[in-house]
Design a binder for this molecule. Structure first.
Ligand SMILES: Nc1ncnc2c1ncn2[C@@H]1O[C@H](COP(=O)(O)O)[C@@H](OP(=O)(O)O)[C@H]1O
Ligand SMILES: [Mg+2]
Length: 274
């Protein structure tokens, strides 16, 4: 396709997709060689994060030299706070799962432009797919089947566990925020709930993709997710179908009110004690 025929938004979207896909393929090769050569998990973790960061930042600097970048794997700079265009990237989301030779990990590339996420792609190399605003949606699941709530496999949020219990929902544990958001988009889960800690790079691309496809995405109190903030800590997220958002947010509100013993909330600040 001739790049000059694309509008700015389409060109950014195409760039986000190409970058996520290329980095994902490189990581997939790295992972399979490392598994073959019995490379220790902690070495593969560092190698994966560093190689994907290098690839994405080099290509972004070449393709969009004027834009700022916020990345999990690079030193943050205050320059991004005065920039109108900021690429928010997580070069390897689900690093733990990647290092264990699993397939639930992702590459996140999103563009924040003047207050909005305007482009995004989530590569799921373990599934051989890249999700973006053009991803076709599967048929909706049978509503008589139990509601499936995607949660972290290594640190499931107590709020998600409590919500699943009152909704009579099944918990579906998986690694990676992008993979869990992808499970909702791909129809493998009905919602993704996270609380207790996360950063802008964990959710920006998954949220950009999901919202462009018409899904609901917000903080767990229903307020908008705001990106390119001075502090990139963005600890919680609800991603679901629009028709489930109202009921889920009401139930979450009830749970937070009945369990709220500190200003940030028992479930919200990651300090929950069993
Ligand atoms: N309590 C917490 N504090 C900070 N980051 C968290 C977190 N819980 C999950 N995350 C981050 O969110 C991503 C998805 O986590 P999970 O697989 O547990 O759902 C991971 O990103 P990375 O793999 O990029 O570090 C993980 O580090
Ligand atoms: Mg991440």
């Amino acid at each position: 396709m001739n790049g000059f025929s694309l509008s700015g938004v389409q060109a950014d979207q195409q760039l986000a997709r190409a970058l996520a896909e290329q980095a994902g393929q490189m990581l997939l090769r790295l992972q399979s060689e490392a598994v073959r050569d019995h490379v220790p998990a902690h070495t593969l973790k560092d190698l994966g994060d560093a190689s994907s960061e290098k690839m994405l930042s080099t290509w972004l600097h070449e393709a969009r030299p004027a834009d700022a970048i916020l990345s999990e794997e690079a030193q943050d700079s205050s320059r991004r706070l005065g920039a109108s265009r900021v690429w928010i990237i997580d070069p390897l989301d689900g690093t733990k799962e990647f290092s264990e030779g699993r397939s639930d990990w992702a590459v996140h590339v999103a563009l924040w432009n003047s207050g909005e996420l305007t482009a995004g792609a989530v590569a799921l190399p373990g599934l051989g797919t890249v999700l973006d605003s053009g991803t076709p949606l599967p048929e909706r699941p049978d509503p008589s089947k139990p509601f499936r709530l995607a949660v972290s496999r290594s640190r499931p949020s107590p709020l998600a566990e409590a919500l699943a219990s009152i909704m009579n929902a099944e918990l579906v544990p998986m690694g990676s925020a992008g993979y869990k958001a992808g499970a909702v988009i791909r129809g493998e889960a009905d919602a993704y709930l996270h609380s207790g800690g996360q950063y802008e790079w964990d959710s920006a691309a998954p949220v950009a993709v999901a919202m462009s496809l018409g899904f609901h995405a917000s903080r767990i109190d229903g307020t908008p997710l705001c990106y390119n903030q001075p502090d990139p800590y963005l600890p919680d997220l609800l991603l679901c179908h629009q028709e489930n958002a109202g009921e889920m947010l009401e139930s979450i509100d009830l749970l937070l009110k009945t369990n709220n013993t500190r200003p940030n909330g028992l479930f919200m600040d990651g300090m929950y004690q069993r």
